[in-house]
Design a protein around this ligand. Structure first.
Ligand code: SF4
Ligand code: SF4
Ligand code: SF4
Length: 244
C-alpha cells in the first residue's frame, strides 16, 4: 500500500485516538501549507468546511491524491479524484529572495501566512527556509519579481530494508510529518491571532479618535455659539443706545 497515504491516515487516526474533534482529525491530515487553493483562508477553515458539508474532500492540491484518499478513509466515504480546478500538486518548494533585487517593501512579509520572512522596511528580506510551507502567496505581491520558488526535499524518507522494518519506518515518518505540520499550524495560528489583535487595536484607535473628534466638534460648536451670543449682545446694546 502507498506509504504516503498510510502516514497521512495515521495522522488523522492519531488525532481521533486523542479525542480530538472531527475538524481537528481532518486538519491533522491536511498539509498545513496554508495556500488557500482550496478556496478557504487556510487548512483549518477548509477542515471546518468539510465537516459542515460546505466543501468536498478533494480541494487540496498540496495534499495530493494521497491526501484525498486518507480523508475519505478517515470519514468512511468513497474517495474522489483530486479536483484539478483548485490547482495541481507540485513538488515541495520553498521561497528564495534575490537579495540584490529586493527593495525592502515588506509586502511579502505581510502576505506570508506563517511569518516565514525576516526583514523590515527598506531592509533586504530573507526567508527562513525551514518555516516556509511553499504556499506561493508571496510571489504575486512582490513588485520587482525577486522571489523564486526552489524545490526542496518533499517528505522525510526513512530507509528500511525488509517488511519487518516498514512499520518502524512509517512510524518515524509519521512523527516527523506531524512535527512539521504542528509547527506550520502553530505559526499560522500565531499569524492569524496577530492579524486579529492588530485589527482590534486599529478599531480601538479609530473609535477613540472618532470620540475625540466628536468632543472637539461639540466644544467648537459651543464656543461658536458663545461668540455669536456675545456679538448679538453687543449689537443689541448698540441698537438700544441709538434709540435712546
Ligand atoms: S494546503 Fe492549501 S489547499 Fe490544502 S487545505 Fe491547506 S490551505 Fe487549503
Ligand atoms: S515565504 Fe512565501 S512561499 Fe514561503 S510560506 Fe511565506 S508566503 Fe508562502
Ligand atoms: S515583496 Fe519583493 S521587494 Fe518587497 S520585500 Fe519582499 S522580496 Fe523584497
Amino acid at each position: 500500500m502507498n506509504e504516503n497515504f498510510l502516514v497521512l491516515l495515521g495522522l488523522g487516526n492519531a488525532a481521533r485516538s486523542e479525542g480530538k474533534s472531527l475538524a481537528d482529525q481532518i486538519d491533522a491530515i491536511l498539509p498545513q501549507t496554508q495556500c488557500t487553493q482550496c478556496d478557504f483562508e487556510g487548512c483549518r477553515p477548509y477542515s471546518q468546511a468539510i465537516v459542515s458539508g460546505e466543501a468536498e474532500i478533494n480541494q487540496c492540491p498540496p495534499g495530493g491524491q494521497d491526501g484525498v484518499d486518507a480523508l475519505a478513509e478517515l470519514l468512511g466515504q468513497q474517495t474522489l479524484p483530486l479536483n484539478q480546478t483548485h490547482g495541481e500538486t507540485k513538488p515541495k518548494r520553498i521561497a528564495k529572495v534575490d537579495e540584490k533585487a529586493c527593495i525592502g517593501c515588506t509586502l511579502c512579509i505581510k502576505a506570508c501566512p506563517v511569518d516565514a520572512f525576516v526583514g523590515s522596511s527598506k531592509v533586504m528580506t530573507q526567508v527562513i527556509a525551514q518555516e516556509c510551507t511553499g504556499c506561493d502567496l508571496c510571489l504575486p505581491v512582490c513588485p520587482v519579481d525577486c522571489i523564486d520558488m526552489i524545490e526542496s526535499e518533499s517528505y522525510a524518507k526513512i530507509p528500511y530494508e525488509d517488511s519487518d522494518q516498514i512499520y518502524d519506518a512509517l512510524n518515524q515518518r509519521q512523527i516527523l510529518e506531524r512535527a512539521i505540520r504542528d509547527n506550520s499550524r502553530e505559526r499560522y495560528q500565531f499569524h492569524q491571532a496577530r492579524l486579529e489583535r492588530n485589527k482590534h487595536e486599529r478599531d480601538e484607535l479609530l473609535k477613540s479618535k472618532t470620540i475625540a473628534l466628536k468632543e472637539k466638534m461639540a466644544k467648537d460648536k459651543s464656543q461658536k455659539e458663545k461668540i455669536e451670543a456675545a456679538i448679538q449682545r453687543v449689537k443689541d446694546s448698540k441698537k438700544n443706545n441709538e434709540t435712546k
